[in-house]
Ligand binder design. Structure first.
Ligand SMILES: [Zn+2]
Length: 279
C-alpha cells in the first residue's frame, strides 16, 4: 500500500512538472539572469541571490499539496474571444462579469498570480520581512518565467489539438536541457527598468509569448519529418532547436530582464530599503 502511494505521488509530481513549467533548468536560468542584472541597482546579499535561484522551482513542487497552485502557472489566453479580437479583459472583476469563476480558474490565472505575488513582495519589502522577501522573490521568478514559455499561454499547450501530444515536454525539457550551455552563454547584462503598472506589463509578456506557439508546433512537425528516423531522437532535438532557438534564447533572456525589472520596481515602491541591514 505504502509503495502504491509512493508510485502514485511520483507520477503526480512528474506529470505536473512535465505539463506546467520550464524544466528546473529553464527556471533557474531566468532567476540567475535576473540576479546578475539586479546587481547594478540593488544590493541583494549573495546568499539571498542563491536562495532565489534555488527556490525559483518551488511553486512546481507545491502543486501536489496545494490545489489552488496548478492554475497559477498558465493562462490559455487564446480561449477568450476578447483576446482573439485584440482586446483581452485584464481586470479580473470585469472578466468575471462575462465568465464564471470555474471557467477563469480552468483556463488559468497566471497574470493575476504574478500581480498578487508582486503586491506581496512590495509588502514584504515595506515590512523588511526577510522570509517573505525571499519567498515572494522566488515565486515571482517562477511565475514570470512561466509567462515567457509560449505553451503556458495557449489552449494547445501539449499539442493535443494538433495531433502532437507530448510536445510540451519535448520543447521545454527534452530539447532545452540539451542546450543549457548555449543559453547561459547568450546572457548580456542589462539594466532593470521601473514598471509603472504590473498588470499590463504581465499581459504584454503573455501576449508576446502566445505569438510563438505556432512556431513551436510547426518546428515539431518539420523536425520529425526530416530527421530520417521519424522518432523523437537526438537529430529531432537538433532540428527542433535549429527552428526554435532564436526566440527561445530571447524569451529566456527577456524572462530574466522582466523579472529583474519587477523585483526592482517592487523594491522602489517599498521605498528602497537597505537589504543588507535586514536580518
Ligand atoms: Zn510553473
Amino acid at each position: 500500500m505504502k509503495n502504491k502511494i509512493l508510485v502514485i505521488s511520483a507520477i503526480l509530481i512528474l506529470s505536473s512538472a512535465v505539463f506546467f513549467g520550464w524544466g528546473d533548468k529553464g527556471h533557474k536560468i531566468v532567476a540567475s539572469f535576473a540576479m546578475k542584472d539586479l546587481s547594478s541597482v540593488m544590493n541583494i546579499p549573495q546568499d539571498w541571490q542563491n536562495y532565489v535561484v534555488d527556490h525559483s522551482v518551488d511553486p512546481d513542487y507545491r502543486k501536489g499539496a496545494d490545489k489552488t497552485e496548478p492554475n497559477k502557472h498558465f493562462i490559455d489566453i487564446d480561449y477568450y474571444k476578447e483576446f482573439l479580437e485584440g482586446k483581452m479583459i485584464e481586470d479580473l472583476d470585469s472578466l468575471r462579469m462575462r465568465y464564471s469563476d470555474s471557467v477563469i480558474t480552468k483556463e488559468g490565472t497566471l497574470p493575476w498570480a504574478v500581480e498578487n505575488t508582486y503586491n506581496n513582495l512590495v509588502k514584504a519589502f515595506t515590512e523588511k520581512n526577510k522570509a517573505n522577501i525571499l519567498l515572494y522573490m522566488s515565486d515571482l521568478a517562477h511565475y514570470i518565467g512561466d509567462a515567457h514559455q509560449p505553451q503556458h499561454t495557449c489552449l494547445n499547450y501539449n499539442g493535443q489539438l494538433t495531433g502532437q501530444k507530448g510536445i510540451h515536454f519535448r520543447y521545454e525539457i527534452s530539447m532545452l536541457d540539451s542546450y543549457v550551455n548555449e543559453i547561459n552563454a547568450s546572457f548580456e547584462e542589462g539594466k532593470p527598468v521601473k514598471i509603472n503598472n504590473i498588470r499590463p506589463f504581465i499581459f504584454n509578456i503573455v501576449t508576446r509569448s502566445n505569438t510563438f506557439v505556432d512556431v513551436i508546433t510547426a518546428a515539431d512537425k518539420i523536425a520529425l519529418q526530416h530527421n530520417g528516423t521519424g522518432k523523437y531522437d537526438e537529430t529531432y532535438r537538433k532540428l527542433m532547436w535549429f527552428r526554435t532557438k532564436f526566440f527561445t534564447i530571447d524569451q529566456l533572456n527577456l524572462g530574466g530582464k522582466d523579472l529583474a525589472s519587477a523585483i526592482y520596481s517592487a523594491w522602489l515602491q517599498a521605498g528602497s530599503p537597505d537589504l543588507a541591514a535586514i536580518k
